[in-house]
Design a binder for this molecule. Sequence first.
Ligand SMILES: NC(=O)c1ccc[n+]([C@@H]2O[C@H](COP(=O)([O-])OP(=O)(O)OC[C@H]3O[C@@H](n4cnc5c(N)ncnc54)[C@H](OP(=O)(O)O)[C@@H]3O)[C@@H](O)[C@H]2O)c1
Length: 253
Amino acid sequence: MPSVLIFGGSGKIAKFITESLVQKGYQVSSVIRREEHIPSLRELGATPILQSIESASVSELASIIRTSAPDIVIFAAGARLRAFEDPNLSLVVDRDAAIRVFDAMVKAGGTKRLITISTMDARNREKAAPSWYNEVDWKGSDELWGMLPVYMKAKYEADKDLVEGNGKRGLEYTIVRSTWYGDGERMGKIRAGLAGIEPRISREDVADVLVACVENPATVGCVFEISGGEVPIQDAVKKVAEEKVDSFGEMFR
Ligand SMILES: NC(=O)c1ccc[n+]([C@@H]2O[C@H](COP(=O)([O-])OP(=O)(O)OC[C@H]3O[C@@H](n4cnc5c(N)ncnc54)[C@H](OP(=O)(O)O)[C@@H]3O)[C@@H](O)[C@H]2O)c1
C-alpha cells in the first residue's frame, strides 16, 4: 500500500488530502502539534504522530520519517492564525521548520519525494514582477505583501531554500503555489501553471491538486501556481507535468 506522511496533518487542507488519499487506499500518517486533533485524524483513517515541528530538531524529524518510511512526504503546516498574534511564527513554522523537514528527509536517507503547499507570489520583490503578471496580479501582489509581509517572506525563503539547495539534497520536489483560498465550494476545475492571482479557489480544490501531484510522479521538479479556472484538476496537473512548468526562475532570480 503506498504511504504518505503529512507534516501539519491536522490542517484543513491536510485533512481533505487525507480523506482523499485514504479513500484511494493510501496509508496516511500525520505529524501534528496538538493532541486534540488525534480523534478526528483517526476517524479519517490516518495515524497521528504527536510532534510539534517548530520544536523538533532535524534528527527528531528524521527519526519520524525513518520510522514511518513513507513513499511521499507532504509539507502542509503553517503558523496561519497564530501568526496574526506573532508574525515571527511564520518564520519559525513556514520557513525554518519546513527547511528542517527538507534536511530531515536527507538525513533519514529513504524518502525523496516531497510535495509542499506554498503561496502565490512568494518571490523576490526587489526584482521585476514575473512576465505573466497583469494589472490584477500586480495589485494582488501589493495587497498580499502589504498585509502579510513576514508570511510571504517565510514562504519565499522556504521555497528558495528547497529549489536552490536541491543540488545538495537531491529531493524529488513539487511546489504548489496556491492563490488565496477559502471555504468555498469544491469546483473540480482550476487554472494551473503560470496562473495569476485571481480568481480565488477553494481549499478542497487545493487539496485535490496536491492529491493529483501525489498520483502524478511526472510533477517532480514543477513549481507552479494555481487559481480558479476551467480545466479539470487532473488535466491541469497533467499539463503542468508535461510542460515541466517551473516558475522558480522568474520568481526568485
Ligand atoms: N489561506 C490561503 O489563502 C493560503 C494560500 C496559499 C497557501 N496557504 C498555506 O497553505 C498551508 C495549509 O493551509 P490550511 O488552510 O490547511 O491551514 P491550517 O488549517 O491552519 O493548517 C496548518 C496546520 O499546520 C499545523 N501546524 C502549525 N504549527 C505546527 C507545528 N509546530 N507542528 C505541527 N503542525 C503545525 C497547524 O496545527 P495547529 O492548528 O495545531 O497549530 C495546522 O493544523 C499553510 O501553510 C498556508 O499558509 C494558504
